[in-house]
Design a protein around this ligand. Structure first.
Ligand code: Z2T
Length: 841
């Protein structure tokens, strides 16, 4: 390579090669140096933010050394790489994770202590990297952690949004959205101003025959926007592997950003052009499980797909292999349908630019891609309008039509008698306007399609993708049940529990092999162990109670049962069922005698989660929770027996405080609607019990930990369709206890009853699509059972320990290994230095 240092000069180079700190003293030296020189501050001018910045820079130096080595090693090994394309990476904070993985947290803790800071306070200065909405984005982040920890050569590709998911404030009970400008100081990203890719939009397609008689298809005269790479190091745990997350930022292309306009006095127009280009990567769309079909979103998708693919191809071309080897070098996983245009873009590059014949190109494409589906909700399935694609990406639309044509011809040959089949499976929906069904395109362009939990993977085969199972056979469809990283979701979030477990198991090996937790079952009758287990939960509840007090002003009793539902607000997740249940409980308390009240287990109902800004119903649910809280929390009859709290701005770092403090958490979606859920796994791993429906991963969690350790309720997925039908065509009876709750709302007990009428009438007048009334009785009874069980603390703690012991399956390490085996066909790249690598805690 031209840019490498010649042999004779390498000695001098190696002598000064960076090593990073290895001791407490060196940590202090490096941190102070960064604070004084990199940040130009001094000991007279060093607040916690500066201490954070200095610490982060010191750890960053250590990471970068391993990062560079990893990238060299992977280039040298020249083997298959995994590319995970995701529009969302919900990373949260990086410093604590870097400390754990570099393995020098103790040095940092002591070092910072001597410099006058508490490590916990320093860690909390960091702004969350919140480039995601919820489960899908956090899953991508857990996957990156596992890919690096397992030594897979893997890159993430995403967008570098200037604004992450909005910050949520609550004003008078209503959600208010505040922009999340998070880039003021971000030591974890490296701008690569030399790594740029020009991406084209609009223009027209020119088909002609060149001088040599060759058919040429050329997409020309478009508008160019430049993608600039920003790289984020992704350290693995207990290994020297540091992978790369590459995020693209948009800017006006040097050619496009017209300096002539400056000179001719069109200064404002030139600036406007520049701003338009930058708009592409400006903001994350804040919709979870909802497709809005906005042009700018389509631009984001193509911009990111095109930049990533060109980058991947550039890397592939360095190896000078023939194109047919591409799928042996490259596996691209599509995180939902958001990156489906990458399929079309690769076909375009192969056919139009590389001159490969259509079928040969298509074989390369389909061998390269795998598609993960994350939802069956119809409103979340992406459909782009044909006129919009025609306008923005004219050549891609032609290719989509050609892909569809060949596909439909194949289907017609196989199923000549089924005339409706063609219309049903066509990529093009014959609506007004016509639309492109992105999920169908993703299935047709991939070699494997997977769901994210067993029930969900079965459902996609029998409902939304049923015809495709007929066409391709069942083997193209598979299941990979989601998982979570135990590094962040046990060790970082709950250090005391992790330490207690390590003391019993003899090491922290369980953080790399979570199935080792099963040895905890030997201690379910160990009195001292149980006591410590319970004390840790209590301490975590005290910590959460402090947060609740400072964030909301509400004082809660940490001895009460903490009942938690934190996730995006969505009708299918049924926070409305929860709050109606709370009102039911409140009415019951009001009707109790003093004697009866004494027998009741005090409870704190904790809610948290963001509503998409345009999702009216979700916002109404938040409003109701807050209004119920206002009334219940100030009712002298109730006292500590019931408190209702809405924690504002639920995000990854709040989750790290909330999840370890839960006694019971709620995963109560209408059966068949929650593809997997991943917070259910996090709560159980932290010793919380769950109340849940037979939906998503709840089913597999129950199978693993045992039915006696889960509070299940509600109708089954297979009965949902009939129930919905009966709501409209049968005699729809509303649960009488739920009716009493509605009466109370209508009386105005929780303020202006009109504010909540849409929530009530969705159930009374609009067919109760989410089966709130059908499940209400079963839900309330199960909550009563929880009260009873909680009174027997000994039994409760046993359930908690047993459950944690049986959670090994739900690590994202297992999940990533399944993807590697069954979809990517790739082995880890072993790291030589690994032996030398750190007993890291
Ligand atoms: C999302 O977070 C999920 C699915 C989506 O479908 C979109 C978003 Cl933003 C398009 C969630 C599922 O709702 C959840 O059940 C699942 O656990 C998670 O993805 C990860 O698979």
């Amino acid at each position: 390579v031209e840019s490498s240092i010649p042999e004779p000069q390498r000695e001098a180079w190696k002598k000064y090669s960076a090593t990073g700190f290895k001791s407490k003293d060196d940590f202090q030296k490096e941190t102070v140096r960064h604070i004084e020189t990199t940040l130009a501050r001094s000991l007279f001018n060093c607040d916690e933010k500066a201490a954070y910045s200095g610490t982060a820079l010191a750890f960053r130096d250590r990471l970068i050394i391993d990062w560079n080595k990893t990238q060299q090693r992977q280039t040298f090994a020249d083997q298959k790489r995994i590319y995970y394309l995701s529009l969302e990476f919900l990373m949260g904070r990086a410093l604590d994770n870097a400390m754990l993985n570099v393995g020098l947290k103790t040095a940092a803790k002591e070092g910072l202590g001597e410099l006058g800071f508490r490590i916990e306070d320093v860690i909390q200065q960091e702004h969350d990297a919140a480039l995601g909405n919820g489960g899908l984005g956090r899953l991508a982040a857990c996957f990156l952690d596992s890919l690096a920890s397992l030594n897979y050569a893997a890159w993430g590709y995403g967008l570098r949004y200037r604004y992450g998911i909005f910050k949520q404030e609550i004003e008078n009970g209503y959600q208010v959205e505040i922009p999340d400008y998070w880039l003021d100081f971000n030591p974890w990203e490296f701008p690569r101003n030399d790594v740029t890719i020009d991406v084209q939009f609009y223009g027209w397609v020119n088909k002609y025959t060149d001088d040599e008689g060759k058919q040429i298809t050329s997409w020309q005269d478009g508008e160019i926007v430049t993608a600039v790479a920003y790289d984020v190091p992704i350290p693995g745990y207990g290994t020297a592997t540091v992978n790369n997350l590459r995020l693209w930022s948009s800017k006006a292309s040097a050619g496009e950003f017209d300096f002539a306009k400056f000179n001719s006095g069109e200064y404002e127009n030139a600036v406007a052009d520049e701003q338009r280009a930058e708009t592409i990567s400006a903001v994350l769309y804040p919709n979870d499980n909802m497709d809005r079909g906005k042009e700018l979103r389509l631009k984001q998708q193509y911009f990111w797909c095109a930049a990533s693919l060109h980058d991947i191809i550039r890397r592939f071309k360095k190896s000078k292999r023939p194109w047919k080897d591409f799928p042996e070098q490259v596996a691209i996983q599509l995180n939902d349908t958001h990156p489906t245009l990458a399929i079309v873009e690769l076909q375009r590059i192969l056919v139009d630019l590389e001159g490969i014949e259509w079928n040969a190109a298509w074989e390369i494409v389909t061998k390269t891609f795998g598609y993960t589906n994350h939802t069956v909700l119809p409103e979340a399935l992406e459909k782009w309008s044909v006129p919009l694609i025609q306008h923005l990406l004219p050549r891609h639309l032609q290719i989509i039509y050609d892909i569809n044509l060949y596909f439909l011809q194949q289907v017609e040959r196989r199923f000549p008698k089924d005339r409706d089949m063609l219309g049903r499976v066509s990529i093009i929906e014959e609506s007004q306007p016509k639309t492109v069904r992105m999920a169908y395109l993703a299935i047709i362009g991939s070699h494997k399609v997977n769901g994210v939990a067993e029930l969900h993977s079965d459902l996609i085969k029998t409902t939304i993708f049923k015809d495709f199972v007929k066409i391709y056979g069942p083997d193209k469809f598979t299941n990979v049940t989601n998982g979570i990283t135990p590094r962040r979701w046990l060790h970082q979030a709950n250090p005391r529990l992790s330490e207690l477990i390590a003391s019993k198991l003899g090491s922290y090996e369980f953080l790399k092999d979570l199935t080792l937790l099963n040895k905890l079952e030997n201690f379910v009758d160990d009195k001292d162990f149980k006591k410590e287990w319970a004390e840790i939960k209590y301490a975590n509840k005290v910590r959460l109670a402090q947060h609740i007090l400072s964030a909301t002003g509400i004082s809660v009793n940490p001895k009460a049962l903490f009942d938690v539902q934190v996730k995006r607000i969505h009708e299918y997740k049924r926070q409305q069922l929860n709050i109606f249940g709370v009102i039911h409980r409140y009415l019951a308390i009001k009707n109790m005698s003093a004697e009866e009240r004494k027998k009741l287990a005090p409870r704190v109902s904790i809610f948290g989660g963001k509503a998409a800004p345009g999702y009216w119903m979700a916002k109404t649910i938040i409003h109701l929770v807050n209004k119920v809280g206002d009334v219940v929390n100030n009712d002298k009859d109730v006292g500590d027996l019931l408190k209702v709290v809405f924690i504002p701005d639920y995000n990854v770092s709040k989750a790290e405080i909330i999840i370890p403090a839960s006694d019971i958490s709620e995963h109560i979606s209408t059966a068949g609607t929650e593809a997997s859920g991943t917070s259910n796994m996090k709560f159980v791993l932290n010793g919380g019990l769950v109340i849940g429906t037979l939906d998503g991963a709840n089913i597999e969690i129950t199978r693993e930990i045992g039915e006696q350790n889960v509070f299940l309720f509600g109708n089954l997925s297979e009965d949902v369709e009939d129930l919905r039908h009966n709501h409209f065509y049968g005699n729809h009876q509303i649960d009488p206890e739920l009716n009493k709750v509605f009466d109370e709302i209508k009386k105005g007990t929780f303020g202006d009853e009109g504010a909540f009428s849409s929530l009530v009438s969705a159930i009374l007048d609009h067919g109760d699509y989410y089966l709130v009334s059908d499940d209400f009785n079963s839900y309330c009874k199960t909550q009563d059972l929880i009260d009873e069980t909680y009174k027997n603390q000994d039994e409760w703690v046993s359930k908690s320990i047993t459950s944690v012991a049986r959670m090994g399956f739900f690590t994202s390490d297992r999940c990533i290994n399944e993807y590697a085996d069954s979809i990517w066909n790739i082995e880890p790249l072993q790291v030589k230095e690994e032996a030398e690598v750190r007993s890291r805690t």
